[in-house]
Design a protein around this ligand. Structure first.
Ligand SMILES: Cc1cc2nc3c(=O)[nH]c(=O)nc-3n(C[C@H](O)[C@H](O)[C@H](O)COP(=O)(O)OP(=O)(O)OC[C@H]3O[C@@H](n4cnc5c(N)ncnc54)[C@H](O)[C@@H]3O)c2cc1C
Length: 382
């Protein structure tokens, strides 16, 4: 007899924010969960990120993106307040969550034109934003450079301390009797044409940029998961380097963005990012690149130039061709995937968790969720 869906036993491969958020939602709905990771939990891209929750800046005018990515990002942004409250309550930790706003800045004509394009895209989506003159910018964020030409205020774009939410999720999950962490690879194997992990009813692959490379045993040999669904091969890697400085007088208290540069203040540090390095897997920051990032950020906020450096680091974003995640059942019976969240994995964690729990426990998938199925790439590569 198969188990009732809500007492299902789910194996999750990967303890980044995606695997952890899915575990949290599945456990809240009554499932038993085992989370496997080959590294210490939560130390991948989710640790390296800046924690911006930025549907407008990242997705409203993103060229070449999945046509519903902005809608998915907005849906997740709307889930964040309740998600943050429930994880904060369960863990007793402050997550540094703020629903917004953020400021997108322009220092020349080209940057101003790009803000106007973003504002127009937001208007088409029926989302509010306000174009500000320099005086209004300095009124709400005095740390911004006197050279600013104007800014777009983005009420939808908030932030969280990504390291705090990851640590809080791990603590909250450890406190659940129905959840178990395993330090090591999942014993994933193919038996009679079905992928399985002994003692589990379903498997969720959520190993970030490494998802396609998860190992499966078949007839005593090891193969990569991509052999079971070629759509997973669409998950590529995008390296990113960043630094943080101490919170000191003259630094901003709001998230500031301009082109690819951002300054994201957290309760105990200010993050400055980030490079975008397609095809690069890196785990260390290069001194010249970090100096360049700091110089570019000082154009937004001059006090950054002299701020005390706290840390430099690098991480790897898992991206797809349409910059949107793969969410849903794979071609392999019993195997689901939630990966490829690109620049928005922190933002998209709550909606990913809800979508995956709906699919895995209730067998339901809404119209929006269905468009993110891995089948969109499986069909393209078949
Ligand atoms: C520099 C940078 C800045 C970013 N800024 C933001 C931001 O401001 N806002 C935002 O929303 N997003 C941001 N992102 C993107 C975001 O961090 C990612 O989309 C998100 O963290 C992906 O989460 P994940 O759980 O899929 O992957 P990860 O966090 O990488 O987790 C994957 C986990 O799987 C484990 N794993 C790998 N292989 C295996 C295996 N074979 N078996 C078991 N476990 C395995 C890894 O050890 C890891 O713990 C940023 C990313 C970077 C790098």
């Amino acid at each position: 007899m198969s188990p009732s869906p809500h007492s299902a036993h789910v194996a999750i491969i990967g303890a980044g924010i995606i695997g952890l958020s899915c575990a949290w939602e599945l456990a809240q709905r009554g499932a038993r969960v085992t989370i496997y990771d080959t590294q210490p939990p939560g130390r991948g891209a989710s640790w390296a990120a800046a924690g911006m929750l930025a549907p407008a800046y990242e997705a409203a005018a993103e060229e070449g993106a999945h046509p519903r990515l902005f809608d998915l990002c907005m849906e997740s942004a709307a889930l964040w307040p309740a998600f943050a409250a429930s994880v904060s309550r369960a863990s007793g930790r402050n997550l540094g969550f703020s629903p917004g706003p953020s400021l997108a800045l322009a220092f020349d004509g080209a940057e101003a034109a790009s803000l106007h394009r973003l504002a127009a895209a937001l208007t088409r989506h029926g989302v509010e934003s306000d174009m500000l003159l320099p005086e209004a910018v300095w009124d709400i964020e005095p740390a911004v450079s006197r050279g600013v030409h104007g800014a777009l205020r983005l009420p939808t774009d908030g932030q969280v301390d990504n390291r705090a939410i990851v640590a809080a999720l791990i603590a909250a999950l450890h406190a659940q009797a129905s959840v178990r962490f395993v330090d090591g690879p999942a014993p994933l194997e193919e038996r009679k044409g079905r992928l399985c992990v002994e003692g589990h009813d379903m498997i969720l692959a959520a190993a970030g940029w490494n998802t396609a490379a998860i190992k499966v045993r078949q007839h005593g040999e090891e193969f990569s998961l991509v052999n079971w669904d070629t759509a997973l091969d669409e998950i590529d890697c995008y390296g990113g380097q960043m630094l943080s400085v101490a919170r000191e007088p003259g630094l901003p208290s709001m998230t500031l963005r301009c082109g690819g540069i951002y300054i994201a203040p957290k309760p105990d540090r200010v993050i400055i990012g980030a490079t975008m390095e397609p095809g690069i897997v890196t785990d260390h920051a290069d001194a010249d690149t970090i100096a360049q990032l700091r110089g570019e950020a000082a154009r937004l906020c001059p006090a950054i130039a002299g701020a005390t450096e706290m840390e430099t680091w690098a991480g790897v974003r898992p991206g797809t061709l349409d910059h949107a995640p793969l969410l849903g059942a794979t071609l392999a019976d019993g195997l689901y995937v939630a990966s490829g969240h690109y620049r928005n994995g922190i933002l998209l964690a709550p909606v990913t968790a809800r979508i995956m729990a709906d699919m895995m426990l209730d067998g339901t998938s809404g119209a929006l969720a269905s468009t993110f199925s891995p089948a969109r790439f499986a069909a393209a590569t078949a």
